[in-house]
Design a protein around this ligand. Sequence first.
Ligand SMILES: *Cc1c(COP(=O)(O)O)cnc(C)c1O
Length: 409
Amino acid sequence: MTTTVSSALRRAQQRDAAHVLPTYGRKPLAFARGEGTALFDHDGRPYLDFLCGLAVTNLGHSHPAVAAAVAAQARTLVHTSNLYLTDPMLDLAERLARIVGWEDGRTFFAQCGATANEAALKLARRHGKRQDPAKVRVVTLSGSFHGRTLATLEATGQPEKHAPFAPLPGVVDTVPFDDAGALADAVTDRTCAVLLEIVQGEGGVRPVPDDVLLAAREACDRHGALLIADEVQTGMGRTGSWFAFQDSPVVPDVVTVAKALANGLPIGACIAHGVAAGAFAPGDHATTFGGNPVTAAAANAVIDALTDGDLLARARTVGARLTAEMEAGIGELPFVAGVRGRGLLLGIELDEPVAADLEDACRERYLLVNAVAPDVLRLAPPLTVQDQEVDLALSALAAALRDVAEARR
Ligand SMILES: *Cc1c(COP(=O)(O)O)cnc(C)c1O
């Protein structure tokens, strides 16, 4: 008996509704398999994945070297807890120190972006409280996204996400993302950290202005606070460097990374250097699965593949091409008003709030992208994307823009 795609999807939707807590607004698609830039539905129909599971599968789906590393490690040793040392974790800690560029870099391993940021916030609090018991406040930027735990939710500068869970801890001050003066004023002797993204991801692919980054660095130095760069979305080559701060005018004290670190396996890392690397003592923080050998082996394979394939340069080249072609479409293609972002984390600015309709129209043309703001469409293809796949995506996008314009006529 053959199963039609719509009945396979309907069945999946029914099972989801029955037994999965309804925290997600899902798209009408279910996938069975992925390879490179393509995701295949249950009927074997390929979609061009220009979203990468939210900037996670930077090497594309089912990358052979990552798959081999995971399989080999799963047959060798899966888990020991952090009571004991394992080589994949140590190899990864050394590799992270190398790519972040800090000889004295030291890592705490977590499970995801939120738990990496949670570790960074607790590290900053330990650092702050050594100076003054009241030095526990955190400054963040409006439009930021730092995760969904209670602490990282409060640090997320999107008040509509706070309301259902209020009261929150009450230690965060949020300032406008482009106001260097407001940021400098918000940092006081009670501040233990400024937490920010170099390019805001969920906030609409918005690069934070250099003067704000410089003000944050200066204010942290003046008040003995830590500058934490949340590179959960931007890290691991997405923006064309290992970390986005490496193309910025500032060096943070702490960097967090997660999404693309193991190309789809759950892992997070909080990397500190200098004075920040001395803030935690044994017993201060812990997690059972952190530094798990299988996820660490995957991350080691990811770093090798990004290096061997010269994929950071590829992110810059393909990002420049996508930007140029979309900018050439301004005035030609409906709605297109501009392009922003870095490397292969791009936001197409639209002159009307049609991003959700455009996302749907792209999906109908087998291209996966997402509406990251009402008037911004996010593109985050794999760094391994082929030139012909970029051609296909650009023509699907142009057609989808015309579909949306047509539907509104
Ligand atoms: C996705 C994201 C997070 C949260 O990561 P999770 O793995 O979903 O917990 C935190 N910060 C940024 C910048 C992100 O993009």
